[in-house]
Design a protein around this ligand. Sequence first.
Ligand code: FE2
Length: 352
Amino acid sequence: MRRVFIDLANEGDTLAMPVKDSNGNILLAEGTKLRKATKDKLSKHGVRTIYVTTGEDLGLIQPLEGNRDEAIKAISRQPLKDILLQKANTFSKSNTRSVILNEVIEEIVSFMLNKTSLLVHFAHLRLIDNYTYEHSLDVCALSLVVGEKLRLTRTTLFNLGLGALIHDIGKTKVSLQISRNPGKLSDEEFAQIKKHPSLGFVILKELEDNIPLVCCQIALQHHERFSGSGYPRGLKENKTHKLSYVVGICDMYTAITSHRSYRKAFSPKEAMELFMGTCNSLFPTEIVKAFLDAVVAYPNGSKVKLSNGVLAKVVKQDTLSLKPIVKPINSQQGYEIRLANAETLDIVGFYE
Ligand SMILES: [Fe+2]
């Protein structure tokens, strides 16, 4: 089974999971073969991604139905550490695997699994919406990669990673209908969503599990922006904790590179170009630079679709450009394209 964006799913693919709308109504049953009309119908209902069958198990996180106890058991069973480590290695520009990241991820996962009341809230995230849960794992892995670039101490890296993992915990207190809405929110609904940082702070502070204060601050401040344009408090510049800015930029990156029914996803390269213009407006320059230095737009080995329709594999990173060097699938041996030199050619998305 693998998860694919609806736009990139192939006609003839078989659904590995039923597709439901935001109210939980089944739109298409498991086992349905995708056709053009089916894809259009799903897009119309705001469905962003679907699960299709493959011959191999790629170890992706499966959506979960059921109650909290089942969700907690599923998290305990899930090789959370392996998933976080795999994500961190994928996002990182560095070719060498970091021992510190490995150990810090291990500490974060043990902390989470040993703190019952925190685990209950974390498991709840997954029941609300698999997207929010998977997003939390992405933000955690990305934040650790950026934190390592910032040469944070081991304890600070732990706090950063844990704070990133639970930054959206306040969404468990926002109405289910709003949390699950994949479409554009009304002003009233957005006002409700904007409460999740403060709600998260209260949840974490009130837990008996002794969550480090800075992790609570990350939950409270991850939507604050350097210019004061963020929420909930509109804090300016260094009034926001540095770690909250790290989680903020990683949160924004994963959000804008994901599809929404009301807008197309930014490609990773477009998102990074956007960040280049955000120094000292959305995030401090130091954090933007660390992000751009640490995170790779198209990881080596990823399969991409080019603007001329050709399918290719990323073989190397280009140190002078965000565009990598790719090798078209089915090309002759040794034929590679340095996309930085091919002005009219670009990557338009991933494919599996
Ligand atoms: Fe958030």
